[in-house]
Design a protein around this ligand. Structure first.
Ligand SMILES: C[S@@+](CC[C@H](N)C(=O)[O-])C[C@H]1O[C@@H](n2cnc3c(N)ncnc32)[C@H](O)[C@@H]1O
Length: 251
């Protein structure tokens, strides 16, 4: 018996790995984070127990996993995007280790990747930004020291800010001194869902643009000059003069 933590992807049921889908189809027990995972992702399952864990607390979830273990039944534990990011799997893993219940993690397409795809953007452009910082903004759980947005902004890297759409004015204030008013920023709502929507603007005008929408949750904020790069250098990877293992004779 194994508990499979499965990344369901950002919403589109086709953006799940083949392995994740196969496990969902075969596991007799499914626990899914229904606040972000659409039921369409579960289509084709033949599980005898399917539980939306959105309303359960940790102890209740662990109890369901423990009962499945006792019955010798594999569990598909389905989380949105990639489970390693803001998925609260760490605390579940800790409990499973204590109980001696085996588990495996199946990665998924994270929201940041889906949003970059929607914007037709590369988040790492030569000479513009070579670093992406995935972070969150929120007031419910405090950020560790040194990880306040203004600390991260000093790097001027591409930023992917989760859980922050309701704090957009505060986010803009923290970013402005480091990125400048003309820096592109996008707010993407439910990327890859049928009702996906987004706005692209600058730190100067994004607040007014978002005010015309109803983006209250499940929105990601992407910030950085990669979103509107103008001229940028070509990569070394496809440079005709660049020799490497797969193109030893070129140049
Ligand atoms: C609890 S976190 C889960 C992140 C997830 N594990 C991942 O890898 O994408 C939820 C936040 O991720 C972002 N998010 C998740 N899915 C999204 C989507 N389809 N479009 C835009 N943002 C999304 C939003 O900021 C949302 O509030």
């Amino acid at each position: 018996m194994t508990v499979y933590f499965i990344g369901a992807g950002p919403g589109d049921p086709e953006l799940i790995t083949v392995k994740g889908q196969r496990l969902i189809h075969n596991c007799p027990v499914i626990l899914y984070a229904g606040s972000l995972v659409p039921e369409a992702v579960l289509q084709g399952h033949c599980a005898e127990q399917v539980v939306n864990t959105a309303e359960l607390h940790l102890d209740e979830i662990i109890e369901l996993l423990r009962q499945a273990h006792e019955r010798g039944q594999d569990v598909a534990r389905v989380h949105s995007g990639d489970p390693s990011l803001y998925g609260a799997i760490g605390e579940q893993i800790r409990e499973l280790r204590t109980l001696g219940i085996p588990f495996e993690i199946i990665p998924g397409v994270t929201a940041t990747a889906a949003c970059a795809a929607l914007l037709e953007s590369e988040l790492t452009l030569p000479g513009i930004a070579q670093t992406v910082i995935l972070t969150r903004y929120g007031t419910t759980s405090p950020m560790p020291e040194g990880e306040q947005l203004h600390d991260l902004a000093r790097h001027r890297a591409t930023l992917a800010i989760h859980l922050g759409v309701r704090h957009l004015p505060a986010i803009i204030c923290e970013l402005l001194p480091h990125y400048g008013a003309d820096c592109p920023i996008a707010v993407i709502h439910r990327a890859s869902w049928p009702d996906q929507d987004w706005v692209l603007g600058t730190l100067a005008d994004i607040e007014a643009k978002v005010a015309t929408k109803d983006f209250r949750r499940t929105a990601l904020i992407l910030v950085g000059h990669v979103l509107n790069p103008g001229a940028f250098a070509e990569s070394a990877l496809y440079d005709a003069a660049h020799r490497h293992l797969y193109r030893p004779g070129c140049g």
